[in-house]
Write a protein that binds this ligand. Structure first.
Ligand SMILES: [Zn+2]
Length: 217
C-alpha cells in the first residue's frame, strides 16, 4: 500500500461538516447513517503526521431555502427550481449557532487552523467548501489554501456524495492534488449513485485512498 510522505506546508486534511446535525445525535435534523463513526477515524489521522487541517461547517440561516420547510407543500428530498438551478430540499439542519451546527465536541481540533462556514446566505446552498451551489460564488477557501502554501488535499467527513464529492470535484478543478479518504467519509444514499459519483471524480483526477496511507508505518 502506498503511504504518503506528508509535508507540513503542502499537505492539508479537509474535514467536511463534522457536525452533530448530521448524526443520530440529532434525529430530527439530517442524520446520516454511520456519520458519528467518522470522527474517531479522522482523529486517528490527526494524531499522525499530517500537520494542518481545515474544517468546513454548514451554517444556515434559520429560513434557508434548502429547507423543505420553506417551500409550502414540498417535502424533504424533493427538488425545487431556484434561480441557480435544481436544489434538493432537506430537513432543517445546520442552523447557525444551534447545538447541532457546532463542530462535534469529540473532534480533536489541535491541528485545525481554519473553520470555514458555508451556506450562510439564505438563498444559496453550498455543498462544496469552495463554491456555493450557484457555482459562481466562491467561499475564499481556495485562495486561503494557496496563500498558506497548500497544494495537496486529503478529504474526510460528512458526507459522500454531497458535500464531500462536491468539495473534491471543485478542489481538483481548482488545481489541488485531491484525495478522498474513503474510510473517513460517511455515505448517504444508494451504492449506484455513490459509484457513479466516484467515477466522475476519478475522471477529474481525484483519487480514493484508505486512512492507513496517512498513518505512520
Ligand atoms: Zn446544509
Amino acid at each position: 500500500m502506498q503511504r504518503f510522505a506528508l509535508d507540513p506546508v503542502r499537505d492539508l486534511l479537509l474535514i467536511v461538516d463534522p457536525q452533530p446535525t448530521f448524526m443520530e445525535l440529532c434525529p430530527d435534523e439530517l442524520p446520516v447513517p454511520g456519520a458519528e463513526a467518522v470522527i474517531p477515524v479522522v482523529n486517528r489521522i490527526l494524531a499522525g503526521p499530517i500537520a494542518r487541517a481545515v474544517v468546513t461547517q454548514d451554517w444556515h440561516d434559520p429560513a434557508h431555502l434548502s429547507f423543505a420547510s420553506q417551500h409550502p407543500g414540498k417535502r424533504p428530498y424533493e427538488e425545487v427550481a431556484l434561480p441557480y438551478g435544481a436544489q434538493t430540499l432537506w430537513p432543517d439542519h445546520g442552523v447557525r449557532a444551534t447545538p447541532g451546527a457546532a463542530v462535534h465536541p469529540a473532534l480533536d481540533q489541535a491541528k485545525v487552523v481554519l473553520v470555514l462556514r458555508k451556506g450562510y446566505r439564505r438563498s444559496i446552498d453550498s455543498y462544496s467548501g469552495f463554491r456555493e451551489n450557484d457555482r459562481a460564488t466562491g467561499t475564499g477557501l481556495a485562495e486561503w489554501l494557496r496563500a498558506v502554501g497548500v497544494t495537496r488535499l486529503f478529504i474526510t467527513g460528512i458526507t459522500r456524495p454531497y458535500c464531500i464529492d462536491y468539495s473534491a470535484a471543485d478542489a481538483a478543478e481548482l488545481g489541488f492534488d485531491t484525495f478522498v479518504v474513503e474510510d473517513a467519509c460517511s455515505r448517504l444514499g444508494a451504492d449506484a449513485a455513490l459509484d457513479e459519483s466516484r467515477r466522475r471524480l476519478e475522471s477529474l483526477g481525484v483519487r480514493f485512498i484508505g486512512s492507513a496511507a496517512l498513518l505512520p508505518t
